[in-house]
Design a protein. Sequence first.
Length: 286
Amino acid sequence: RGKRAFIAGVADDQGYGWAIAKQLAAAGAEILVGTWVPALNIFETSLRRGKFDASRKLPNGSLMEIAKVYPLDAVFDNLDDAPEDIKTNKRYAGHTKWTVEEVAESVKQDYGSIDILVHSLANGPEVTKPLLETSRRGYLAAISASSYSYVSLLKNFAPLMNAGGSCLSLTYIASEKIIPGYGGGMSSAKAALESDTRVLAYEAGRKHSIRVNTISAGPLRSRAAKAIGFIDDMINYSLANAPLQKELEAEDVGNAAAFLSSPLAASITGSVVYVDNGLHSMGLAT
Ligand code: NAI
């Protein structure tokens, strides 16, 4: 039987989630995605109208199929968590079952089990503010959307994961080194995500025999990264300073994700794997 993957955080064809979905599809996996509710209508319309067809193309010439798109808002575990203004918001009111617990339940009903879980989402409302100017609310929102969302996904999906399964998230070097401009508590959120990767690897490894890793990715011009505002500078910095002086492609991260999700990586868990042209290992800008 082929593997089945659930990838949370795909809303266009520009980000890491899409690239990971593609490489998993190319390796033969069945693809389910979770798309942020406010972005869902436009994503599904674009998919239907063929706007992504060029980037759906797999190496064998066929187009990546997404078996099902689930509405998801990973900051809510169940409806009791969601405030009235979200429930009645017209972008949410047209959809149901978008909390983490409900999405896991729907996937279980639709497919029974999965083998691969990918968390490719982050949000920090105050990301453009320095940490010193970040509000408590903004900081906690960054942690909720970017770190706890992974704990919650794993908690709810691990019971549907087959033994030997793999969980992945995407992190950024700002967790361990100072990256001015990556503010709003996002650096803190990534540090939590990496620490949680180790603890979750232990807990989910013992309990469910699944693996938990995170990819520390280099800069990519995704929708989320463009919103931070300094992505071109980061790409140029990497080109100038990384051991490998080439632009990082989303596909490079997709390929590493496919490897980490495969039996080739059966003994790798609790790791932060750098896919960044080696930039993390430099100690001095050149
Ligand atoms: P992206 O814009 O393709 O992905 C972020 C996704 O998160 C979007 O689809 C957005 O709709 C979704 N999202 C936001 N809040 C959500 C919520 N509450 N519930 C469900 N979905 C939600 O951008 P990108 O850059 O590919 O981001 C994917 C991951 O890669 C993130 O964790 C990001 O921090 C990480 N990363 C990105 C780097 C970059 O340079 N682009 C570098 C290193 C890590």
